[in-house]
Ligand binder design. Sequence first.
Ligand SMILES: Cc1cc2ncn([C@H]3O[C@H](COP(=O)(O)O)[C@@H](O)[C@H]3O)c2cc1C
Ligand SMILES: O=C(O)c1cccnc1
Length: 350
Amino acid sequence: MRLTEALDLIELPDPLAMSQCRNRWDSIAKPLHSLGKLEDGIIQIAGIQKTHQVTIDKKALVIMCADNGVVTEGVTQVGGEVTAIVSENFLTGNTSACIMAEQSGTDVFPIDIGMNIDTKVPKKKIAYGTKNMLQEPAMTMEQAIQAIEVGINTVLELKEKGYSIIATGEMGIGNTTTSSAISAVLLDMPVEFVTGKGAGLSALGLEHKISVIKKSLEKHKPDKNDPLDVLSKVGGFDIAGLVGLYIGGAAARIPVVMDGFISSAAALMAIRLEPKIVNYILPSHVSNEYGGKILLDSIGVAPYLTCNMSLGEGTGAVALFPLLDMGLAVYEKMSTFEQINIDAYQPLEL
Ligand SMILES: Cc1cc2ncn([C@H]3O[C@H](COP(=O)(O)O)[C@@H](O)[C@H]3O)c2cc1C
Ligand SMILES: O=C(O)c1cccnc1
């Protein structure tokens, strides 16, 4: 499916399914709203799936794997070769995200959307890495759109296979640099406000990273009102693929659980392309990366979890699944006030 077609399909969640779901929660024999965001999450999913009979039994974690040309500027603690090493390990289950996914009954789908080398990771490659954004635009506008479409079509394929909820993940050394760059532009904020140490820079390294981002922005002057211009000039294929997952989720009415900093930057971009997309996103956690909270506040969402995580790969997103499963189990199985013969809960008048 093309990007324009997918954007055209996006509607608001279904208010009827949401109110039916709310009514079921309110009938359950427990204090009203006492499962808080667990109730809200199930109601949100009801609106997305257009039914109060919510299903999240088949879960997928999609991990967009790509290399970022700007890594040659020394903005990361480790070299770009780590992208391919970790990405191949997604196939054997030997990564943090895979182990957490297994715990939550989630199937993992790594995608090579633009790694520097070929590996056994399933290939939907736009190019062998992006260009170094300090020297030239990271990618062409056509490549940006193609990469977004990879994300959209991945969601459609997973829907076809019966998946009912999708978590976002990424692996791409250098992608906190690109995430900070697009966040600074889209939020019209100083680069320092949204740039952190990524996967472990020193204080000096962080200063250098900030200066590389600033110089790249000065060189290309991306237009903050044109998300695709920003994505193509200072983004990455990994981020573009994530943008596509959010668009595809909203178009195909599949809830998308958002991971940390990089996933939040991509969500911001997707929402700038179509504001209704925010209704299809469940914000799993607030990343400990500097700027993580600013991104969530700017998107206008509050995280379910605050665990000081900043790993990426989709680890935060899959961490939310067990909680959603617990919420849904209560929603489906718990007796109502009527069934156990107590009057519906009335707050005491003081
Ligand atoms: C061994 C290793 C495994 C990772 N898994 C995720 N990331 C995380 O770190 C990268 C972003 O940080 P930066 O912009 O500083 O490169 C991404 O790949 C992200 O998923 C990793 C990083 C490393 C080093
Ligand atoms: O929050 C994240 O996703 C993150 C932060 C730093 C490095 N890698 C990932």
